[in-house]
Design a protein around this ligand. Structure first.
Ligand SMILES: Cc1ncc(COP(=O)(O)O)c(C=O)c1O
Length: 426
């Protein structure tokens, strides 16, 4: 395996070269049996290992796609059945009040808040990431005020963010400037109104330096907007501690909210009074049931709401968040790094030399919770892996992605996934 991203790190490069010399393993190779034994030891010593019982996973499958769609938390089906059968079926419209439906967006926001390092009252749940990004970017441009003409946008961003940024810029009279995240400090200036960055790159798994970049944006007098889709639930984000202005994220990846579960918007408390949403629906009104023709925004993160919340998905998400009870995100991060280190070690041992190239940075400070490997015929390789019970995904044109979700993935899973990948090439 060779490194695409950290070619300058001589120690790591030497390690990679040694590993590629291992070649195709024979099944009786004691070094490989040792990896399987190490996996068992690591799993036995893993305090988070028992959390897997909080999820329903199919037997015989190694699930490494929780960075795309998280697994099903065990409590969700029962809760959804209760919401549908009792809260909707029996209580009917009374549930908006009696079952707490109306306040679910801010209540569930407060459940997500500690996972992203936010004090209560700053996170509101609803809509998709794309829609929340639109609110955040237009809101950021309005917070920045007149006299600043540029919106800096992560040049490697997930596509929807780029599309939304273009439209938000058109609406607010800004000019989009694509910038590599590491080049943002040099690109900032008195004309910068806002900066949109991804915390972890969806394709490479690279972790960007949120504390330093946020500080640079603030020093330039601009507004920071972070997309946390690939970091929330995988590593500490510490939004409040680092002075982030606005952030968005989805809940269907590491937060396990289910397919299409609602996203969230973080509005730092100091910006809430000035946050001017471009989608001022009635749910964000100070007195929605007064039904007045004039708009008056509610206080707090509630002003990030738009229309009637999607209650079934939202309450499924609320039940899914029970899987986090008593879990410290720092422990999740430590296990994620150990898992991805171990997976890389196994890939180097099992996969024939030259067949895959590491795209994800090796350095812990630069890595999220996924490993991306570049290979020929990535789509076919992933199809073959899935057929053999190892589920990751592939991103066009040539990247295999393996997401490590420490709440339900163990070291034996990592070893089996790498061994299976080796067999696909063997
Ligand atoms: C970084 C990032 N942003 C945005 C999105 C899309 O969000 P949504 O479909 O919820 O609008 C994704 C989806 O995978 C993503 O990875």
């Amino acid at each position: 395996m060779s490194d695409a991203t950290d070619a300058t790190d001589a120690t790591e490069a030497a390690r990679a070269t040694d590993a590629t010399a291992v070649g195709i393993p024979s099944t009786g190779d004691p070094a490989l049996a040792a990896l399987a034994a190490r996996a068992a030891e690591l799993d036995a010593a893993d305090d988070l290992g028992k959390l897997r019982e909080r999820f329903t996973l199919p037997d015989g499958v190694v699930y490494l796609d929780g960075n795309s769609l998280g697994a099903l938390p065990a409590g969700v089906p029962g809760r959804v059945a209760d919401v549908v059968g009792r809260e909707w079926g029996e209580l009917l419209i009374r549930s908006w009040d009696e079952s707490g439906w109306w306040t679910a967006p801010e209540r569930i926001g407060d459940r997500i808040a500690p996972l992203v390092g936010a004090a209560a009252g700053q996170v509101v749940v609803g809509d998709s990431t794309s829609v929340n990004l639109f609110k955040a970017l237009v809101g950021a441009a309005r917070l920045a005020g007149p006299g600043r003409g540029e919106l800096l946008v992560d040049a490697t961003t997930f596509p929807t963010d780029g599309y939304i940024a273009q439209s938000a810029a058109r609406m607010t009279g800004l000019r989009v400037v694509p910038v590599e995240p590491s080049a943002v400090p040099a690109a900032l200036g008195p004309d910068t109104a806002a900066v949109l960055l991804n915390h972890v790159d969806y394709r490479t798994g690279r972790l960007h330096d949120l504390p330093a970049l946020t500080a640079a944006v603030r020093a330039a007098g601009a507004v920071s907007v972070w997309d946390l889709c690939h970091s929330a639930g995988a590593l500490p984000v510490d939004l409040d501690a680092h002075g982030v202005d606005l952030a968005v994220g989805c809940t269907y990846k590491y937060l396990n909210g289910g397919p299409g579960s609602p996203a969230y918007l973080y509005i730092a408390e100091r910006h809430q009074a000035g946050f001017d949403s471009p989608l001022p629906g009635w749910n964000s009104h100070a007195e929605p049931f007064a039904m007045r023709p004039g708009y008056e925004p509610a206080d707090g993160a509630v002003r990030g709401r738009v229309g009637t919340p999607d209650i079934l998905s939202m309450l499924a998400l609320e039940a899914a968040l029970d899987a986090w009870d008593g879990v410290r995100i720092e422990d999740v991060r430590a296990k994620s790094l150990a898992l991805t280190d171990f997976f890389l070690e196994c890939v180097e041992a099992y996969v024939p030399a030259g067949r895959v190239e590491l795209v994800t940075p090796r350095g812990h400070a630069e890595r999220g919770s996924q490993i991306s490997l570049r290979t020929d015929d990535a789509a076919a390789v992933m199809r073959e892996l899935v057929a053999r019970g190892v589920v990751g995904d592939f991103r066009s044109p040539d990247v295999l992605r393996f997401g490590f979700t420490p709440l339900y993935v163990g070291f034996a899973d990592a070893e089996r996934a790498a061994r299976t990948l080796g067999h696909v090439y063997g």
